[in-house]
Design a protein around this ligand. Structure first.
Ligand code: GDP
Length: 445
């Protein structure tokens, strides 16, 4: 089961539970059964699912809940916190500090996305004001250096490697010396992979690590391998003192839930996830916002971070304030922005209530088509309608029919658009209280 589907299945189960007239053992049991099934289908390990289920039951002991407590809310919170616990090994990873030289070594099997991820990691930190550099210590695979060069050039990060030298530890040390002299504060070493976990690979990793003394070893893993992630992460962890994991290819039809939970079971923190082939397809992995987004509850800090990336600094606070008095015209403008940006899904999925409804089941195309349909309907509205602080109140039957005719849609479509507007206006209302800090928000990683 793809991650977006896992999220939808769990939030559907919770929504059904919420609609029940009385929440009793039977309703809770049914809800837990659906959640369990969804987790197993997305390849989460059986042992983990069993623990999640038992813990939720323990928290939500219906008999002991005092009368008058909001059982639905307690169940929802228990599910949320158990999903967080499932993905959180409780151990933070080493975080590079700007201006203080750090060495980060990447390990992983061939094809996992290691070289691409080194460049994504470099670019991410470059965006935070670091001076990263890339060293190719992969002498095993022909073409590895060329590939790193290509990625480094795209990310505009200096690189070092050799076509002649066959000792990876020697190249790694040469690279370190060069970039230390050049005052790079984040030296990233890409090591070679193999098709299989084998002794030679682990021995090579050990030698490079011994020669370079990295502050952090990052294990890169393909997210589509599901449950096999546990064994793989464990093997690498034992051989290379892995301090953090990056799970790649979380964009595809991977059973990402399996990979993430399996990695967490090895007590290695996942710090980023790869979500595509481009260098920008790279997201900080923070458990609580991730689960929140997965369940369609939104991720406001993540949204603000994204806004900071794409909207000029002097317009950010202004935008949030504008959004909090939300008119149809504003919605129209935001749709325009989103369509222009392209990374529609990413931004939208951070808003509470967006991911499951406006952007259905991981399908950006459907979401875009819907947005364009809404915009066509708004094109047939008058200025007064677009600028009204309460357009639903204004919308008489004759106005609705006029708009539907003008846009070539059904009255039902107009009502649908207005319902969506109302839902979003409620969400946006909450934005009023958000303050965008100056500078970037998530300097945690
Ligand atoms: P390496 O052998 O581990 O160094 O892997 P590469 O960096 O060469 O990546 C292998 C393939 O996976 C390449 O085609 C990459 O473009 C692709 N890739 C890497 N990361 C991602 C990701 O997050 N999503 C997707 N869809 N493809 C990825």
């Amino acid at each position: 089961m793809v991650l977006a589907q896992l999220g939808t299945s769990i939030s559907d189960a919770l929504a059904r539970m919420s609609k029940a007239t009385v929440v009793d053992e039977k309703v809770l049991g049914e809800c837990l059964k659906e959640i369990t099934r969804a987790l197993l289908q997305s390849d989460v390990r059986f042992e983990t699912v069993r623990d999640v289920q038992a813990n939720i039951k323990k928290i939500v002991s219906l008999d002991t809940l005092a009368a008058g407590t909001n059982k639905r809310r307690i169940i929802q919170q228990a599910v949320f916190s158990e999903l967080c616990r499932m993905l959180d090994p409780g151990k933070p990873a080493f975080v590079p500090k700007k201006g203080k030289p750090s060495v980060v070594m990447f390990v992983g099997l061939q094809g996992s996305g290691k070289t691409t991820t080194c460049a994504k990691y470099a670019q991410y930190y470059q965006g935070k004001g670091f001076k990263p550099s890339l060293v190719c210590a992969d002498t095993f695979r022909a073409g590895a250096f060329d590939q790193l060069k290509q990625n480094a050039t795209k990310a505009r990060v200096p690189f070092y490697g050799s076509y002649m030298e066959s000792d990876p530890a020697k190249i790694a040390v040469e690279g370190l010396e060069r970039f230390r002299k050049e005052n790079s504060d984040l030296i990233i070493i890409d090591t070679s992979g193999r098709h299989k976990q084998e002794a030679a690979l682990f021995e090579e990793m050990r030698q490079v690590a011994e020669a370079t003394k990295p502050d952090l070893v990052i294990f890169v893993m393909d997210g589509s391998i599901g449950q096999a992630a546990f064994g793989q992460a464990q093997a690498f962890k034992q051989s290379a003192s892995v301090g953090a994991v990056i799970v790649t290819k979380m964009d595809g039809h991977a059973n990402g839930g399996g990979a993430l939970s399996a990695v967490a079971a090895t007590k290695s923190p996942v710090i980023f996830i790869g979500t595509g082939e481009h260098l920008g397809d790279f997201d900080v992995f923070d458990v609580r916002p991730f689960v929140s987004r997965l369940l369609g509850m939104g991720d406001l800090p993540g949204l603000i971070d994204k806004l900071q990336d794409i909207i000029p600094a002097d317009q950010q606070q202004d935008l949030l304030e504008k959004l909090s008095t939300f008119t149809l015209r504003l919605l129209y403008e935001q749709f325009q922005n989103l369509l222009k940006m392209g990374s529609l899904g990413q931004v939208f999925s951070m808003l509470p209530g967006f991911s499951s409804e406006l952007m259905p089941k991981g399908s950006e195309k459907d979401g875009q088509a819907k947005i364009k349909r809404y915009m066509t309907i708004m094109d047939s509205m008058t200025d007064a309608e677009l600028d009204s602080p309460n357009p639903k109140k204004l919308m008489t039957e004759s106005r609705t029919i006029r708009i539907a005719r003008g846009s070539g849609r059904q009255v039902r479509d107009v009502m649908d658009m207005l319902d969506e507007y109302k839902r979003l206006a409620k969400v946006m209302g909450k934005m009023k209280n958000i303050k965008i800090p100056t500078g970037k928000m998530s300097d945690k990683n």
